[in-house]
Ligand binder design. Structure first.
Ligand SMILES: [Zn+2]
Length: 321
């Protein structure tokens, strides 16, 4: 069960999504060995990334990235608009030193420096044109007091409030085998729900939220999205029905390649690569997302740095020669 379901309410200006991921999440985990508290946060963000990707209005990739001075140095979840995803975490401490009850604030917001960066990167982006990025602080300021955001859901809700300007409610949960999530978003009154007067629209949004609040983590982790949808909105009457779109599949997929590793070597520079070759005989690396090993020996490296020369050589000779 790796399913995402999008639904619309007829009697309320609400669009919603329900996600349930099992084997695709297990594919992320089997390549990793993260402590339970870290695994939980990563799982919640995997749920968030799939929910946000499903509302992308273009073909591209959504990237959730958290960087901190805390035990989690870097956390990255990428999900494409076809719902293929990958995820990784880099720790700055011994995994055994992380308590199973460590909070998101403790792991990602040390010294209140935590930031969540959400990038929307269209597939057909022009070279040189930057992707869209939204940045959210992982802490809330209440007068003098600063308080760490307590969950991935809270962090994503803050982001949605700032970037989309649409009221959004999000529920996320995960364990060793499953990820589940529910998203409710209030649509602008002027859109497809123009037939609802403002009072009915406001009441509808409130009613759907109240129904959403009855969801339990247990249900999100064990039931298929279609069953959850039926259970949640049983009370919506026939004329106030809920319409769902065909279920979409989520899968684990890594986009790493030898060509991309070669690009990294080129960025490191010939001198640096030469010194690794002298020291170790070959450049060896493992993909952070899927653990696939890549090896470039001296001949491969020569090839990597020859590319520029080759493209020069294939250029048509200039006139006068
Ligand atoms: Zn990979």
């Amino acid at each position: 069960m790796n399913e995402l379901l999008v639904f619309m309410c007829d009697g309320a200006p609400v669009r919603g999504e329900i996600v349930s991921i099992s084997s695709a999440w297990q594919a992320v985990l089997e390549r990793r060995n993260d402590p339970p508290a870290v695994r939980q946060i990563l799982g919640d963000f995997v749920g968030a990334a799939t929910l946000l990707s499903a509302s992308l209005k273009f073909d591209g990739t959504l990237i959730i990235q958290a960087q901190s001075k805390g035990p989690v140095q870097l956390l990255v979840v990428e999900c494409k608009s076809d719902l293929s995803m990958r995820a990784t975490v880099k720790l700055s401490v011994d995994p055994k030193s992380i308590s199973p009850s460590a909070t998101l604030g403790e792991l990602l917001d040390a010294e209140h420096s935590g930031r969540l960066v959400i990038t929307l990167d269209p597939a057909n982006r022009e070279p040189g044109q930057p992707p869209y990025q939204g940045i959210v602080a992982l802490q809330e300021h209440d007068g003098e007091k600063t308080k760490a955001v307590s969950s991935a859901a809270e962090a994503i809700a803050l982001y949605m409030q700032n970037s989309e300007q649409l009221d959004t409610r999000i529920w996320l949960t995960s364990n060793d085998t499953h990820v589940g999530g529910l998203l409710l978003q209030r649509l602008p009154d002027s859109g497809g729900h123009a037939h609802l007067d403002p009072k009915t629209a406001a009441e509808g949004w409130k009613r759907i939220q109240t129904l959403g609040e009855t969801i339990t983590n247990e249900e999100l982790l064990s039931l298929p999205p279609e069953t959850i949808l039926r259970r949640l909105f049983l009370e919506e009457s026939a004329e106030n029905g809920v319409r769902s779109f065909p279920v979409r599949q989520i899968r684990f997929s890594c986009t790493c390649s030898r060509t991309k590793v070669a690009d990294v070597l080129r960025m490191l520079g010939e001198e640096e690569v030469q010194s690794i070759l002298t020291e170790q005989g070959a450049v060896e690396t493992i993909c952070d997302f899927c653990a696939k090993p890549y090896r470039f020996d001296a001949v491969d490296c020569l090839q990597v740095f020859k590319t520029d020369l080759l493209s020069d050589a294939t250029r048509p000779p200039s006139s006068g020669h």
